[in-house]
Design a protein around this ligand. Structure first.
Ligand code: ATP
Ligand code: MG
Length: 592
């Protein structure tokens, strides 16, 4: 039964408009379907929702006599008394969504209750028309047409149908991830955007995001008293340079909460940099009295009774799940990181390490293994001093590049290349070095001849959302210059036939995705489109820390680095080379 809320209760519900744009309508309608216990929800959109939004479900339905109440403000079947506000177990409870939507659109409610009683109610100008008998549809179908037809100013704020559709897809994806047991179907302008059946969360993530995601997930499962956290976090392959794939649910409600996001980011510690965002889908299950969802009309903001307890629990649980990632990063010293949380010491952390007397050297690999060393925990002033020192070293120029003795060259920690120069010793970060080379090569290729390609034995098909696909076509000529050979297959997919010869196979999906991600983000830090594209490509395609290099590869890398215009800094401004003079070494060994 849908009943009116008392005056007192109305005042306690934070008032406000819930309909900002088509995607907010979709959100409210899906929430209603889920509250009605639906296991199948299908959404039809025309022209990004400007024209039509229709949501149909197989939930418990509304009785014919209740239809007019459904669109009355502060009428709800979900709560009755003020006390109920403290134990909300439905997504809706304010009794205002349908009323708000009805007041700014042409709406039609068609519903069958569990007994099969069915009726349809048209609503024009917020006023219910005649209730018509209807056939049993086993649930509810709500149709919204001409959104904002009577509020032209708000209509003007609507973005293009394409942009609005993207926001709608985001909303449906969100609920799809929160309710993997529910079937969702989204049709836009007669095209299937997605259709997912009841499945595990892992499969749902693959189906709604990308089929490679499940390979890169780490599970989260914890029960602490009456708190239960579950879901997945992504490993480093799923780290992106724009936010958007952080899904946090509270009792399966999508929420935005900076503190909880920070708990997750902090757990990644220095595995990610500022401006990088890890992937996660985490559902927090909390008793109703531990949280207030009645803070904001859209209900995406909530207030936790004990937010710091939650923060620490979440952070430590995510940290535990990440342990396996830390193990696979060579030489990543977690004890060091933890003891210094808060004070980042940059990449060239001159750790005050006590190297054991005998350093095991694997002659075949040219790799010195420092893993046996103990690490002393440096104090803050040590760190500042080290940072200062490293900065100075990076500024010292190597006068004569030909003096690099490439026959004496080693890789350490699969991350840095060490070599002898006349004046002492140089340390090169292999990733940024390669990044610099690829960056300059790409810029050159844009202006003249294309870079070399390697043909893929098994061409790879990539699928895109309509928006990403449009962006892809803008950058396609540039990708071809860099060495990709890409063919359009149909309206939403392409086939990659060849990739730049310097890129490792299997990386193409990531590289292209990263480039698109960044273009959607509108980066201002690059002075031109070409520079931005070259930098993104270089960063993604370059060899990584952790890649083993053979002697010849190191030699070639160093030689090519010194033929670039700026061998000392990578396109993002990080130093590439650190030099240590013989004087400096002698000083440290007290050889005066
Ligand atoms: N798809 C649906 N299936 C069954 N009942 C529905 C459906 N949609 C709406 N209703 C009924 O109509 C009522 C009004 O819906 P409305 O969305 O306006 O309010 P609410 O969900 O109770 O609260 P809120 O404003 O927070 O969403 C609901 O309480 C519910 O009883
Ligand atoms: Mg509702």
């Amino acid at each position: 039964m849908i009943k009116a809320l008392s005056e007192d209760l109305r005042n306690k519900i934070s008032a406000g408009e819930v309909v900002e744009r088509p995607s907010s309508v979709v959100k409210e309608l899906i929430e209603n379907s889920l509250d009605a216990g639906a296991t199948e929800i299908s959404i039809v959109i025309e022209k990004g929702g400007h024209h039509t939004i229709q949501v149909r479900d197989n939930g418990s339905g509304i009785s014919p006599g209740d239809l007019p109440s459904a669109i009355r403000r502060f009428h709800t079947s979900k709560i009755e008394s003020v006390n109920d506000l403290f134990s909300i177990d439905t997504l809706g409870f304010r009794g205002e969504a349908l009323a708000s939507i009805a007041s700014i659109s042409e709406m039609s409610l068609l519903s069958s209750n569990r007994d099969g009683a069915s009726a349809e109610l048209p609503i024009v100008n917020g006023i219910p028309g005649e209730i018509q008998p209807a056939a049993n549809i086993g649930g509810t179908e709500i149709t919204i047409r001409n959104l904002f037809y009577n509020t032209p100013a708000r209509k003007k704020f609507l973005k293009t149908p394409r942009t609005e559709l993207r926001k709608i897809v985001d909303v449906v994806r969100c609920y799809g991830l929160a309710f993997p047991d529910v079937e969702f179907k989204l049709l836009a302008d007669n095209r299937d955007v997605f259709h997912v059946h009841s499945e595990s969360l892992e499969d749902r993530i693959d189906n709604l995001l990308d089929p490679t995601y499940s390979r890169n997930l780490l599970p989260i499962n914890i029960t602490k008293g009456d708190y239960v956290f579950s879901g997945f976090i992504g490993n480093l392959n799923l780290v992106r340079s724009r936010p958007g794939e952080q899904y946090l649910f509270l009792n399966r409600r999508f929420i935005k909460d900076r503190l909880m996001n920070r708990a997750v980011y902090n757990a990644y510690e220095s595995l990610i940099k500022r401006g990088e965002y890890p992937f996660f889908v985490i559902n927090l299950l909390l008793p109703g009295d531990q949280v207030d969802v009645n803070v904001h009309p859209t209900k995406t903001e909530v207030r936790f009774k004990d937010e710091w307890r939650l923060f620490h629990l979440l952070k430590s649980e995510v940290g535990n799940s990440l342990d396996s990632v830390l193990d696979t990063i060579p030489g990543f010293d977690t004890s060091f990181q933890q003891s210094n949380s808060g004070s980042s010491i940059g990449d060239f952390s001159l750790q005050q390490s006590k190297v054991s007397e005998t350093i095991p050297i694997d002659l075949n690999q040219n790799t010195i293994d420092f893993n046996h060393s103990d690490t002393l925990h440096p104090t803050k002033s040590d760190i500042l001093r080290a940072r200062d020192y490293v900065t100075k070293l990076a500024e010292t120029r190597i006068d004569n590049q030909s003096t690099i003795a490439t026959e004496n060259i080693w890789q350490i920690h699969k991350k840095y290349i060490v070599s002898e120069v006349n004046s002492g010793l140089v340390i090169i970060d292999q990733h940024v070095a390669h990044e610099r080379i690829l960056y300059e090569d790409a810029l050159k290729a844009f202006e003249s001849t294309s870079m070399a390609s390697q043909t893929l034995l098994f061409p790879e098909t990539l699928e895109f959302s309509p928006d990403d696909f449009d962006v892809l076509f803008d950058v396609l000529p540039y990708l071809e210059k860099i060495g990709f050979k890409i063919k359009k297959q149909d309206n939403l997919s392409v086939r990659i036939d060849a990739i730049p010869s310097e890129m490792s196979i299997g990386n193409e999906r990531d590289v292209i995705r990263e480039i698109l991600d960044n273009f959607l983000k509108e980066r201002k830090e690059y002075s031109s489109f070409q520079e931005g594209l070259a930098a993104m490509f270089a960063c993604k395609a370059a060899i990584k820390a952790g890649d083993s290099l053979m002697r010849e590869e190191m030699q070639e890398l160093v030689n090519r680095l010194f033929s670039t215009k700026h061998p000392y800094y990578c396109p993002h401004g990080r130093p590439i080379i650190v030099q240590m003079s013989l004087d400096e070494l002698d000083g440290r060994f007290e050889r005066h």
